[in-house]
Design a protein around this ligand. Structure first.
Ligand code: ADP
Ligand code: MG
Length: 133
């Protein structure tokens, strides 16, 4: 699926939130700038999160409450060893109220359930992004 702009990526995330069914664990795969966090912004909007979404790169995880649940956004970029965050992620995965989104999941691949949703985002030459589910 071709996503032509940042606005379209937001809209895709927003619609995705509305269609979301368990397992509510989403892995986002793609290079820096592919649009992973932009997708999460749309997802959050669709869920009804009121706060702005910022990249969790330095804190590794950020939580956003919305009516009926919590969105937990992880970014393990450049983390060889997730350390204590591995247990934190496990707890989030087991929380029935939580929608969990993970960027750069390489170091925690063994923790994520096999039946997670995996979305791959690719940068195209024309500036658009190609999305694969
Ligand atoms: P990532 O989290 O994958 O590193 P971000 O979502 O933080 O990526 O950044 C993507 C950047 O690319 C944003 O600055 C956004 O405005 C820009 N952009 C341009 N075209 C698109 C598109 N089609 N989809 C998503 N982002 C796009
Ligand atoms: Mg990001």
């Amino acid at each position: 699926m071709k996503i032509a702009s940042e606005t379209e990526m937001m809209a895709f995330g927003e619609q995705f939130a509305k269609d979301l069914k368990p397992p509510k664990i989403i892995e986002l795969v793609g290079d820096v700038g592919a649009g992973k966090t932009t997708f999460v912004r749309g997802l959050a909007k669709g869920l009804g999160v009121k706060e702005p979404i910022t990249s969790p790169s330095f804190t590794i995880s950020k939580e956003y409450a919305f009516d009926g649940g919590i969105l937990i956004h992880y970014d393990f970029y450049r983390l060889q060893d997730p350390g204590l965050m591995a247990g934190d992620l496990e707890e989030s995965i087991n929380d029935p109220q939580a929608i969990v989104v993970v960027e750069w999941a390489d170091s925690v691949e063994n923790i994520l359930p096999d039946d997670r949703i995996k979305i791959t985002l690719k940068y195209e030459d024309d500036g658009s992004r190609e999305i694969e589910l």
